[in-house]
Structures are given as C-alpha cells and as structure tokens.
Design a protein around this ligand. Structure first.
Ligand code: PLP
Ligand code: ZN
Length: 414
C-alpha cells in the first residue's frame, strides 16, 4: 500500500501528505489515503510480515511511510491471550484478551505515538506535543526522549498521580491545565496555529490514527490470519475503535484475510458516555458531556470520531454500551481473577461491557470474541484501593494460624 496523500472523510478532497488535519473546503477531518497496489500476492505478503521486526513495524507496508522508520522503543506484538476461565464465566466458547498493557509505556498509545513521531521526524519537526487524558502523555514523553526531541505534554491537572509521574520522569514539559480534556484539546488546537510543533493528536492526527490499525493486523495474524466474529473495544475519541475496523477492512480488501468485518461493540463509562448515549437514543451525532468517571483515560466529552463510531457500530451489527464506576471496578477484578491480567479503568470498562453483552444474550456462544485491554492497572491504583483487606500478623506461626487460618476456616464454614 503506497501513501498517496490525505483525503477529507466528508467531501473526499485530496491534500498532500503534510501536517494537515482539517479540510479547508468543508472542515471535515482528514485521513491518510493509500493506493491499494493492484494484485497482491497474499502468501508473499504474509511471509514478508513474519520476517519483519517483532512489533508494529512488521506492518510498515500498511502504514504511511515510504521506508520503515527507525524506532527505538518498538511497541506492538503484545500477547493475544486465550481467556478460558473468563469465557466460561460468561458463557462464551472462544474468548481472547489482547493485552496492550504490554507495551513500552503500558498502553496502546505507544502504537499511535510511534507512528506520529516517525512522521514528525520525516516532516522535519523538532518539538513534539499532545493533548492527553493520561496514557498519551506517557507515550509522547517517552518516545520523544527516545528520539532525542523536545516535548510538551498538556493534561487535565486532576489526572491520576501515577500517570503524571510516569510522564514527568522522561524530562518532558508537563503542563497541567485546570479544566477537562476538552478544554485541554481546545487550548492545544489554538497553540498549534502559532507554534512549529507536531501535536501528535492535532495537526498529525491523520498519521497518529493509523497506528491503531496495527492492533487489527496483529489480532488477525495472531489468530492464524483469521478474523474474530466480534470485538469489544473502549471508546474515548473513537479513533481506536474505528481504526481497528479500518485495519481489518484493508486486509479483507487486499485478500490477506477472508470473511467479513467483525461486529464492533464500543465500551464507555456512564460518567462520560456521549457515544453510548447517542447510540441508545438513535442519534447519528453525539451531544457533548461533562465527564465525571474513574475511567479518566476515556473521559472525552466531545469525541471527534463519535459519528464514525456510531456508523461503524450500526454497519457491523455491533453497538455501544456504557457501564457504571462500580461495574468498572468489578470488571477490573473479574479480569484479574480469571486471567492474571491487571488492567486500568479503561480495561474495566471493556470487561464490564463484555459481561453486559454476554448477560444480555447479545453474544452467541459459538462466536470468536476479542476484548481489547488498552492499559495497565498500576496506573490507576486508586480505583480498587478500597476493595481488599490484608491479613496483618506478628512474625510467628501462632499468629498466622490465629489471624489467617482461623478466619479463613470461619468464613468457609459460614
Ligand atoms: C486513549 C485510550 C483509549 C481510546 O482512545 P480513542 O481516543 O478512542 O482512540 C482507550 N484506552 C486507553 C487506556 C486509552 O488511553
Ligand atoms: Zn472536506
């Protein structure tokens, strides 16, 4: 696939492959356009992928670069884990968890940032910036440090402490804004006009978004060049959700996989669920919300790709659901106890939504389902802080028997 430029998603006007993101004709968003090179030899293409690097750059031929960029952190090729015990609980035969916490900065954002920064370097930028709900901040700071570039990271000031620490450590200029993510994003759009910076999710957004396609490619490759029947995926701006579909769609068009697009189920938190609200109301655009949820990484009240996410959910036979903070906490625990994977609140949203779909009978037992776990539990420790108790004992066997074994025996008999 050769990049031909950028194209407006609304009016299809074409633009050169530069740091552009909005159509000057209709104000629609731009995306990367490719030429799907005529007759592809699928076997040869698969061989080339498998001989490539052990990360997202094995898919460089499907990303917006003429040559494979140099990348020091090598995100991607995260485990696709068969989750038998979780599947059994939910009454599904074939369930997988794509554990994207296993990335260099412990979220899927390493994929999008790696692609955006590679493009920023190609276009000659020397300073990287972003508007973040947390994980993007971590990834931009780390990948900028790895590439030797200056960076500015803008976040809502009330973010989880773990995410602030795991950003500042890389030597970025961390800017906490007294406001919501939507305020931060608006500020960055203004700053972007007058500064020669690459804002990965503003003026480089078309390239940034392409990074999410690698989650689809990996899923298909790890399933033995097959597609799932259904995916469950969290929605913040809706970029990840829609670009996973773009990735599957491209490989279907190219003949690298067969079948049809999986059903796409989006997952949001009740405290910030503009896409889920629009879905349940039958609207084709979202009404902006003021976020109030423990799932801060998903707290975008005015999602840029909301209408496209709604369109995808409808077209693929999926849907969009929202879950409460309590259900999110339970989802984090359920995943941890049945798979050994500790996810952040966004993963709790995904698992709680998966559970809701299963309980409602929306998932056929025979379906092959993939749930996307996009971030790491150690970054949102407060979410489950109150949910466990520690046995506290003296350093002696008598104390262990009295405090631990006796109380376990008692609770087993009651
Ligand atoms: C950013 C993020 C998402 C989804 O982001 P989109 O804006 O919808 O692409 C999902 N999970 C986590 C943990 C994130 O940080
Ligand atoms: Zn346009």
């Amino acid at each position: 696939m050769a990049i031909t430029g950028l194209r407006c998603r609304e009016c299809r006007t074409e633009f050169p492959a530069e740091a552009l993101y909005v159509c000057d004709q209709c104000f629609g968003p731009l995306e990367v356009a490719y030429e799907l090179g005529g007759s592809l030899d699928a076997r040869e293409a698969k061989r080339k992928i498998q001989a490539g690097p052990d990360g997202i750059w094995r898919y460089a031929d499907f990303l917006p670069f003429a040559e494979r960029p140099r990348d020091r952190l090598q995100p991607g090729m995260t485990p696709l884990v068969r989750a038998e015990r979780l599947a059994e609980r939910l009454g599904i035969d074939e369930l997988y968890v794509k554990n994207d916490a296993a990335n260099p900065t412990h979220s899927f954002k390493d994929r999008v940032v790696a692609v955006a920064i590679a493009k920023a370097v190609e276009l000659g930028f020397e300073t990287i910036a972003c508007a973040s709900t947390g994980n993007l901040a971590n990834a931009v700071a780390a990948h900028s440090a790895a590439a030797g570039l200056d960076s500015y990271v803008f976040v809502p000031a009330d973010l989880e402490e773990q995410k602030l620490l795991a950003t500042a450590i890389y030597g970025t200029e961390l800017v906490g804004v007294d406001g919501s993510y939507d305020d931060v994003n608006r500020l960055c759009t203004e700053l972007c006009e007058a500064r020669p910076w690459a804002f990965v999710n503003v003026n480089l957004r078309p390239y940034y978004a392409e990074g999410s396609k690698t989650l689809a490619y990996e899923t298909a490759e790890q399933l033995g060049w097959q597609l799932p029947d259904r995916v469950v995926c969290p929605i913040a701006s809706g970029s990840l959700f829609t670009k996973i579909a773009k990735g599957f769609g491209e490989w279907l068009d190219l003949g690298l996989v067969e079948g049809e697009l999986p059903a796409f189920n989006g997952a949001q938190a009740e405290g910030c669920g503009p896409v889920a609200e629009a879905w349940s109301q039958g609207w084709d655009v979202c009404r902006p919300q003021r976020p109030a949820t423990i799932a801060k990484s998903l707290a975008i009240g005015n999602p840029a790709d909301g209408p496209y996410a709604l369109e995808l959910a409808a077209r693929s036979g999926g849907g969009v659901d929202q879950v409460s903070d309590e259900e999110i906490r339970d989802g984090i625990r359920l995943l941890a106890e049945t798979t050994g994977i500790f996810t952040e609140t966004a993963g709790g949203v995904t698992i709680a939504t998966l559970q809701k779909l299963a309980e409602r009978g929306d998932i056929d037992r025979s379906e092959r389902v993939v749930a996307y776990i996009t971030g790491e539990g150690l970054k949102t420790l407060d979410a489950n802080r109150e949910s466990f108790a520690m046995h506290r004992i003296e350093p002696g066997v008598e104390s262990f028997e009295r405090v631990v074994e006796a109380s376990l025996a008692q609770s087993a008999s009651s």
